[in-house]
Design a protein around this ligand. Structure first.
Ligand code: NYM
Length: 213
């Protein structure tokens, strides 16, 4: 029987390089698969929030400061946006396709805790989603992040918010499936490190759901 796909989440602060590296990993997997004669894509990229989904469009307006939303509602909308992809992730993995995901529920929890929402409540709304085979945490030093350019114009892209998120994110770490990537290196070095981790992941173990975050 053909082996299942992997579900890999990239998390980290802004300017840690996670988006670039997630795209690069998908490209590499698909290139290697095509070279081996596979006509179908072997990996797909997924981003959260998905700004094209019905819910993601509202989140996008909030982030662009076009509308205001109650913070509790917003938290649930980020979770609901992920649940819209629940089936797609499971089907892709079952069909042997790797799903590489740029941000997931850990961003959801970290940003909402940074805003001061109640912890037990915040941690509960993503329970039941597919559990990642690995969370690659992109660890970038503040000095290197600063060199990579300034903040964007969106809501939440402030140094105060980033500091709070940076403090919360490591507390979500679960050593059983989180791997730290030193994101201070140049693109090629980080790319190699990501691929090394990818190659070591186990496709034989059962695909699970998140029971806690
Ligand atoms: N964000 C992202 C949240 O506040 N909660 C979530 O659940 C997720 C997935 O949205 N500042 C925040 C983090 C970012 C912003 O992400 C949009 P990106 O990767 O810049 O499009």
């Amino acid at each position: 029987m053909a082996s299942r796909g992997l579900f890999i989440v990239f998390e980290g602060l802004d300017r840690s390089g996670k988006t670039t590296q997630a795209k690069e990993l998908v490209k590499t997997i698909n290139q290697k698969s095509a070279e081996a004669g596979n006509p179908n894509p072997a990996a797909i990229i997924m981003n959260f929030p998905d700004r094209q989904s019905v819910i993601g469009k509202l989140i996008d307006q909030y982030l662009k400061k076009e509308i205001d939303l109650d913070e509790h509602s917003l938290h649930l909308m980020f979770s609901a946006d992920r649940f819209l992809k629940n089936q797609m992730i499971r089907e892709s993995v079952a069909n042997g396709i790797d799903v590489i995901c740029d941000r997931y529920c850990y961003s959801g929890v970290a940003y909402s805790l940074a805003k001061g929402l109640p912890e037990t409540w915040v941690r509960s709304s993503d329970v039941g989603l597919p559990k990642p085979d690995a969370v690659l945490f992109f660890d970038v030093s503040p000095e290197v992040a600063a060199k990579r350019g300034g903040f964007g114009q969106e809501r939440l892209e402030t140094s105060e918010m980033q500091k709070k998120v940076a403090a919360v994110m490591p507390t979500l770490r679960d050593d059983a499936f989180w791997k730290t990537v030193n994101a201070d290196g140049d693109m090629e070095t980080v790319e190699k490190e990501v691929f090394r981790i990818y190659e070591q992941l186990d496709r034989q173990k059962p695909f699970e759901s998140l029971e806690k975050i």
